[in-house]
Design a protein around this ligand. Structure first.
Ligand SMILES: CC(C)(COP(=O)(O)OP(=O)(O)OC[C@H]1O[C@@H](n2cnc3c(N)ncnc32)[C@H](O)[C@@H]1OP(=O)(O)O)[C@@H](O)C(=O)NCCC(=O)NCCS
Length: 211
């Protein structure tokens, strides 16, 4: 029941469109590429005022406190904050589903952008992948949220589907983007069970020139 609530109430609000003022190609970026190292840790209730502040600055339809709490109460959901000198500069919420990490919310404070903080958060997620358990990261981005699409693409997530009318508020489409652990497909093939029947089909296919 709770799981259904999370999916219906929270997923419908996830990854909302950024306020247009926050989204622009940062043409005034300094030439030197900065990567500010951030600390990350689990989100706790005390972080919520800062998290909600960032959320409100990033999205037109921001999550409310109850949305975060609802998520954090789920056993399969996690919140992570990125800290710069003890100040919350970014956060992400994700849920573990069977073989995937599904990102529900992801944001960096406008004043802290283009310093590699988002990139470090994605790296944390990638680090959690393993061939045995979750081998894929998935998320949805609004069709109009080009900066986020470019960001995730720069982190090697690829668009794999268009979800029509995904967002209830505007009926906007979402791009579903994903990242799969490199080499996972090859590993699957290599570990396919072998027996006399599969050997027979391999030989037959080779004789028939089927790949
Ligand atoms: C998208 C977002 C998380 C990026 O965070 P960030 O900390 O600024 O990203 P990084 O500094 O790690 O950027 C890494 C790379 O992503 C790409 N990138 C990031 N922001 C970009 C933008 N606005 N336009 C184009 N490319 C961008 C760049 O290639 C960048 O590398 P570079 O700075 O060396 O060129 C941040 O802009 C944000 O919070 N946006 C609002 C919330 C949002 O839309 N969340 C996603 C919902 S799906």
């Amino acid at each position: 029941m709770q799981r259904a609530y999370l999916t219906v109430i929270v997923s419908s609000r996830i990854l909302e469109k950024g306020k247009s003022s926050s989204f622009h190609f940062n043409t005034k970026r300094k030439e030197t590429v900065m990567q500010t190292p951030v600390d990350t840790r689990w989100m706790i209730r005390r972080d919520l005022p800062e998290v909600l502040d960032i959320e409100a600055q990033c999205f037109e339809c921001p999550w409310m406190e109850e949305d975060f709490l609802c998520c954090l109460r789920q056993r399969n959901c996690t919140g992570i904050v990125a800290l710069l000198q003890d100040r919350v500069t970014g956060f992400m919420m994700y849920e573990f589903i069977k073989h995937q990490i599904h990102v529900l919310n992801f944001a960096v404070a406008p004043w802290a952008r283009r310093q590699g903080i988002g990139k470090q958060m994605v790296s944390k997620l990638i680090y959690k992948l393993s061939p045995q358990r979750r081998h894929e990261i998935i998320l949805e981005v609004r069709e109009s949220n080009l900066p986020a699409q470019l960001f995730f693409r720069s982190q090697h997530l690829a668009a794999r589907a268009v979800l029509h009318g995904y967002y209830e508020d505007t009926d906007e489409d979402a791009y579903q983007m994903s990242y799969e652990l490199p080499g996972y497909q090859e590993m699957l093939v290599a570990h396919q069970p072998k027996n006399r029947i599969s050997d027979f089909w391999d030989i037959l296919h080779r004789q028939q020139g089927v790949a």
